[in-house]
Write a protein that binds this ligand. Structure first.
Ligand SMILES: Cc1ncc(COP(=O)(O)O)c(C=O)c1O
Length: 412
């Protein structure tokens, strides 16, 4: 047997990076502590008690009274896929609001499901006007309307007031991916009147990736339960199958996952205990701070970041009226190698900023300030470091202007 590298036996000891990209971000220390708590059996009354607490804690986070508010084990994409595969059958018509990479992700998942997809598009850097959505709903008569709230690829936040009413009037269900905004910008599932909303921990909730909160309206839950086909090895006389088409994924079968989170405690997967502890603590931290205060903190961080970048003479990407508060896109100045600047930020300052995807790759950086990192000193450090790294690349900048402008904007 060949000799194993001694490095393999070293403890994990990552550098202290400050993660100021579009997510993941540094987790709140309370969340990391909660994750190290002892494990429990999945039907231990303490464990099922924690599951019920998670349901109660995430209702206010989603702005809902929905009974079905719980976690999907997996990254944010797991909850997106669970929602779409459980709501949509092959041949169903789905309308997708598409204004960035994550709108395209919805179409990608829906294509695999076999949906008939129509999109209503906006250029990257803009959002889809509600009247365009209304016209598209009227034209295509969808069973589901799906969209992203904050698309980190473009840093735009789609306004969602009125979307639910439009969908209901047309007899359509609605789905929203709020991965990047949950806990940082207001999510008002009930006021928006949307049926299913999903999130992730690794952005504004300040946790690690790997657990995806979800909320499901009663109307959507009825639709999903009608597709219930309990797997053979765990059938019970008190749980009847529905008459709808079987959901094409076992792991992401929301009907069985709802039965697992209900008092029936139907065994599905083994709940990811340490991730549930993390999700529970993320919600406790958010609600302890107060959601309004938290949204204001993210707004201050976004304002400060934007003002600082502009004071450096850089051009901020996208439509000011629909900017996410927690991620800001900025054009890489002419002649500057974006990847060299990112490497310098990392090597000299231990700060990570984000690159970009698709048509924006190599054109913009994305700077995030969210969750535990939406703090004044972290925004100021990032701006100061970026100024220094741009100077190293020979860019002439007004010295100290970014930090001064950010400080003023934070207080504004
Ligand atoms: C808006 C949005 N949706 C979905 C995802 C996918 O999340 P995950 O990587 O946790 O699966 C991301 C990740 O950046 C995102 O920003």
């Amino acid at each position: 047997m060949s000799q194993l590298d001694p490095l393999l036996f070293g403890e994990i000891d990552p550098p202290q990076r400050l993660l100021m990209g579009p997510g993941p971000v540094n987790a709140h220390p309370r969340v990391l502590r909660a994750m190290s708590a002892d494990l429990l059996g999945q039907f231990d009354p303490e464990m099922t008690g924690y599951m019920n607490q998670v349901m109660a804690l995430y209702r206010p986070v989603f702005g809902t009274g929905n009974r079905w508010t719980m976690l999907i084990d997996g990254t944010a994409r797991a909850a997106i896929e669970a929602s779409l595969v459980s709501l949509v059958e092959p041949g169903d018509r789905v309308l997708v609001l598409n204004f960035g990479r994550f709108g395209l992700l919805l179409t990608e998942i829906l294509t695999r499901i076999g949906a008939v997809i129509e999109t209503v598009d906006a250029p990257w850097g803009e959002v889809v006007p509600l009247d365009a959505v209304a016209a598209a709903i009227e034209r295509s008569g969808p069973k589901l309307v799906a969209c992203v709230h904050g698309d980190t690829s473009t840093t735009m936040a789609q306004p969602l007031d009125g979307l639910g009413a439009l969908c209901r009037a047309a007899g359509a269900l609605s789905y929203v991916d709020a991965t990047a905004t949950l806990g940082g910008m207001e999510i008002a599932a009930d006021r928006w009147g949307v049926d299913v909303v999903t999130g992730g921990l690794q952005k504004c909730l300040g946790g690690p990736s790997g657990s995806a909160p979800i909320t499901i309206s009663d109307a959507a839950a009825r639709h999903i339960s009608a597709r219930r086909h309990v797997e053979r090895g765990i059938r019970r006389a008190d749980i009847a199958d529905g008459s709808g088409a079987r959901i094409a994924s076992n792991y992401f079968d929301l009907a069985m996952i709802m039965d697992y989170w209900s008092e029936k405690r139907l065994n599905h997967h083994t709940e990811a205990t340490s991730m549930l502890y993390a999700a529970r603590e993320c919600a406790r931290v958010a609600l302890g701070e107060g959601l309004a205060a938290r949204f204001a903190r993210h707004a201050a961080a976004g304002r400060a970041m934007t003002a600082g970048l502009r004071a450096m003479g850089l051009t901020v990407f996208g439509d000011d009226a629909h900017r996410m508060t927690n991620v800001t896109g900025v054009f890489i100045p002419e002649g500057v190698d974006g990847e060299r600047v990112r490497a310098a930020m990392r090597d000299h300052f231990e700060i990570e900023i984000g690159t970009a995807f698709g048509p924006l790759q190599g054109r913009i950086w994305r700077l995030g300030a969210m969750g535990y990192n939406a703090m004044k000193h972290k925004v100021l450090l990032t701006l100061g470091a970026l100024e220094a790294c741009l100077r190293m690349e020979g860019v002439t900048l007004p010295a100290g202007a970014a930090v001064a402008a950010a400080l003023a904007a934070w207080e504004a």
